[in-house]
Every structure is written in structure tokens, then in C-alpha cells.
Design a protein around this ligand. Structure first.
Ligand code: AN7
Length: 376
């Protein structure tokens, strides 16, 4: 237990609800406790009858939800004596792995796809001193290779096939139930490898005293606290990028393509867990085009002051569409997870971002003229 009330991170805070040894030293960066922001302008301007929140996971220490899973996975790996971790990544997992490895004093190996990774994420892996291995292939190739080399090399896999990753990530659902006093009616997420939607479903389920298949990876009745604090669970809704939508196609996609590089994944590792979430919550999967995703990223930034990365905007994009269509019941409470921070990938917004730039000589009159022309 921490010796003061200072919040140190989710491992110490939720230790009784996690399958970690009591004496495992938390490898932590104060991750978690991210804001649940109620959207005010967008629902009003769009005329939607909804209580709509975003869980802004971009405010975790490395700027994405991956920190939740990484603190748990690295805490366990170090407890087991591991000296090195490895992951394949579209960017955010590698950023988190790199940072938590530094914190633990161990080595991180990260396999990233050729090109197609946001520069900010690569910079994070580099600055934290991870060994960056660029694979001439995509994320799915990297994932396959990680599984192969981990069979013979002394490295711990910290992709979400590591069950401690989902354990850490389930705590986001705990925080939401605590903040709202109950579970939302709907929870919407972007889906890539499908670990996060599986983790939220586990978290919401455990808040009602139930288990899921992901919980039962730690035994039929897991040796951690399942005390019920609410009786309802949300309908889980997963949104994919149209060019990388295996859940819509019914099987792996060989050549995934999307501007939302974080979810450019064709062969999701948590396939069965995610279908369980869909089935048991009576939810659904849907897809968003790249244009819709980018438009939603901008809509959110320009109406609410929240800047998320493209992949994250998929959750809000789909939710707004399903709200307009009435597929999400009017009057509902809806939470969308914004998985990552927009600052990681400025290139995508700067492509057309300089179009509105106003250039003037360094003179007061010129600046005043520019102001007047825009004050209406
Ligand atoms: C911002 O970093 O898979 O469905 O290697 O970075 O749990 O995979 C990232 C995934 C959504 C999808 N939003 O979550 C990686 C990686 C952002 C992400 C997802 C990712 P999952």
C-alpha cells in the first residue's frame, strides 16, 4: 500500500481488483484517473437528446490508454524477474512499453510497421531508448514475429495477448462507473486489435460481480475482488476504420489501410473476447470511412476543445451517426473512449491546417485589420 494518499497509479489504487501479487512493486507513472468530459456544444448543435461523455485517455502519461495495460503488464513481468519486454505496435503500445521499461530499468524491444506510424509515437520510443525494429510489413506481421521470437528469447510479450494488459485496461470502466454512479447505457470504442473493448467489458462485468472469459484467464473464480457496485452493464459498440474492418468482414483483412494508423490492423488478437462482448451486451460493430473519422476529429476539436488522434475519433464518429439514426436510444447516457492524444499525430491535421493562416507585416495596423475582418 502507498504510505500516503498521493495517487500513484492504477496498480496500487485497484490492487485488490487485479491478479497481481501483493508484494509486486508497481511500475507506475500515475496513469489512470483520466477525465470523463461531458460534451456540451456538440449534442446541442446537432440536436441530439443524449448525455454524452468522452473518457479522454489521451491524458495518460504517454498519451494513450496503453499506459493502463502497460503498468500492469510490466509490474507483473518485473515481479517474475523479466529483464526485457517486447511488443509489435502501430505506435502507442511501443511508446508505453518504452516508457515503462525505463521506469523498471529493463529493455524494451518494439517492432513497428514500415512507414505508417505517427511521428510523435516513434519519437516517444526513440527518446525513451527502446530498441526500435522496423519490420518490412504491417502490424500483423510484427505481431506474428513477436510471438515467434518470444518462444526462444528471454523476453516478455507486452501486447494485449498478455492477460495483464487487459487487467490494467479494465480499470477505465471502474473509473467511469465511479464517476457516473452507475454504468452508462452505451459504451463506444475504436477497435483495432480488440483488446480494449474486451477489457472494458471485463471491467464493467466485474463491477456487477460477474466474470467474462478474459477474467477467467485467471481461474474459474479469479482470486481478486468481484464485489458488485452496480447492477447494469452497457451495450458495447465497436467502430473500425472501413479499410481495416475484420469484425465487419467476418475474418482477417490481408491488407488493412486507414489514415487512422493506430487501428491499421487486419488480424485482431482478441477476436473471441470482442465477439463475446458484442454478444453478451447485445451490442454491435460498425465501420467509419477515413473522411468521416477526420471530420469527427475536427468536429470535436472545434466544438469542445478536445484534440484526439484519428483512431480515437472513430468512437465518437460512430456514436454520433448511431445517435442520429436512433440506433442508440434517445435519452441515453453514452461514453466514448478517446484512446489517444491528437498531439501524437500533428501531420494529419496540418495537411490542410495552414490554409487558414493569416500572414501580415509586423505592424499594428495590419494586425488590427486582420482582426476586424474576422470579428464580424
Ligand atoms: C489510439 O499501439 O494496437 O482495439 O500497437 O493506439 O485495443 O487494439 C494501438 C491500438 C485504438 C485500438 N486507439 O485498440 C498499438 C495498437 C488507439 C490505439 C486502438 C489503438 P485495441
Amino acid at each position: 500500500m502507498p504510505s500516503t494518499n498521493r495517487y500513484t497509479g492504477l496498480v496500487d489504487h485497484y490492487r485488490s481488483r487485479l491478479p497481481l501479487a501483493a508484494d509486486a512493486r508497481a511500475i507506475a507513472l500515475c496513469e489512470g484517473r483520466t477525465p470523463l468530459i461531458r460534451l456540451e456544444n456538440l449534442p446541442r448543435r446537432l440536436g441530439l437528446d443524449v448525455e454524452l461523455y468522452v473518457k479522454f485517455e489521451g491524458l495518460n502519461p504517454t498519451g494513450s490508454f496503453k499506459d493502463r495495460g502497460m503498468t500492469a503488464a510490466v509490474t507483473q513481468a518485473v515481479h517474475e524477474g523479466s529483464r526485457a519486454i517486447i511488443c509489435a505496435s502501430t505506435g502507442n503500445t511501443s511508446a508505453a512499453a518504452a516508457a515503462y521499461a525505463v521506469r523498471a530499468g529493463i529493455t524494451a524491444f518494439v517492432l513497428i510497421p514500415e512507414g505508417k506510424i505517427a511521428l510523435g509515437k516513434l519519437a516517444q520510443a526513440v527518446v525513451h531508448g527502446a530498441v526500435v525494429i522496423q519490420v518490412t510489413g504491417n502490424f500483423d506481421d510484427g505481431m506474428r514475429l513477436v510471438k515467434e521470437v518470444a518462444q526462444t528469447s528471454p523476453v516478455s510479450i507486452v501486447n494485449s495477448i498478455n492477460p495483464y494488459r487487459l487487467q490494467g485496461q479494465k480499470t477505465a470502466a471502474f473509473e467511469i462507473v465511479e464517476a457516473l454512479g452507475r454504468a452508462p447505457d452505451y459504451h463506444c470504442l475504436p477497435v483495432g486489435n480488440a483488446g480494449n473493448i474486451s477489457a472494458y467489458w471485463m471491467g464493467y462485468s466485474e463491477m456487477t460481480g460477474r466474470t467474462t472469459s478474459a477474467s477467467r484467464a485467471f481461474g474459474e473464480k479469479p482470486a481478486y475482488d468481484l464485489t458488485a457496485v452496480t447492477n447494469t452493464r452497457p451495450t458495447m459498440v465497436g467502430y473500425q476504420a472501413a479499410g481495416a474492418a475484420p469484425f465487419l468482414r467476418g475474418g482477417p483483412v490481408a491488407h488493412p489501410e486507414t489514415v487512422a494508423t493506430a487501428i491499421r490492423i487486419g488480424d485482431p488478437q482478441s477476436w473471441d473476447f470482442a465477439w463475446e462482448a458484442q454478444r453478451d451486451s447485445e451490442g454491435w460493430f460498425d465501420e467509419c470511412t477515413d473522411d468521416e473519422i477526420l471530420a469527427t476529429q475536427k468536429l470535436l476539436a472545434q466544438n469542445e476543445g478536445v484534440f484526439c488522434e484519428p483512431a480515437s475519433a472513430a468512437s465518437l464518429c460512430g456514436a454520433l451517426r448511431d445517435l442520429k439514426a436512433g440506433k442508440i436510444r434517445p435519452g441515453s447516457t453514452v461514453v466514448c473512449t478517446l484512446t489517444g492524444n491528437g498531439l501524437k499525430d500533428p501531420d494529419v491535421v496540418m495537411k490542410n491546417g495552414l490554409a487558414g493562416l493569416v500572414q501580415v507585416p509586423a505592424e499594428r495596423a495590419a494586425v488590427e485589420k486582420a482582426l476586424l475582418a474576422r470579428l464580424g
